[in-house]
Design a protein around this ligand. Structure first.
Ligand code: FES
Length: 157
């Protein structure tokens, strides 16, 4: 499979929908692509998808709000994903999450007021050997302690 170039121009929503043959059965895939284009699924984007697929907006909204990978609010510059799978849980992921909640002042699924960080929970990041772990953007951090989390966050200031 060819690797997408980062300089490749983004598709339009109409192109994405056409690629899926305007099939309402492909709604989830279309919304995933729409999010990639627009960053999140605004009301305007959901209305356009509904319009082009000729389905009720409520159906689009229902799918957009059901799946945690889809966002109906703008996300922060950096997405922090804290692993909550058993190996990380056993090794203190709860303390890591509590530290992030305390320092950032947000709960999972929320974005900081300055729009810098969005806090999310995730399943295994594939680095269980260094549990507990989290990702900030594309960067993985392991062997976390509350103190280390605070130090890492400072590097994003
Ligand atoms: S369980 Fe957390 S990285 Fe695998």
């Amino acid at each position: 499979m060819p690797v997408k170039s980062s300089t490749e121009p983004k598709k339009s929503l109409s192109q994405v929908i056409a690629e899926h043959n305007s099939d309402p059965g492909a709604l989830l895939d279309i919304l995933r692509d729409a999010q990639e284009i627009h960053g999140y699924l605004s009301t305007a984007v959901m209305e356009e998808v509904a319009d082009q697929l000729d389905i009720p907006v409520s159906r689009v909204y229902g799918v957009a709000t059901f799946y945690t990978l889809l966002a109906t609010e703008p996300k922060g510059k950096y997405i922090i994903r804290v692993c909550e799978s058993p190996p990380c849980h056993i090794r203190g992921a709860v303390n890591i999450l509590e530290t992030l909640k305390e320092v950032l002042g947000v709960n999972p699924g929320e974005t900081t007021e300055d729009k810098k960080f969005t806090l999310e929970l995730t399943s295994c990041l594939g680095v269980c050997g260094v549990a507990p772990a989290m990702m900030i953007g594309d960067q993985v951090y392991g062997n976390l302690t509350p103190e280390r989390v605070k130090e890492i966050l400072k590097t994003y200031e």
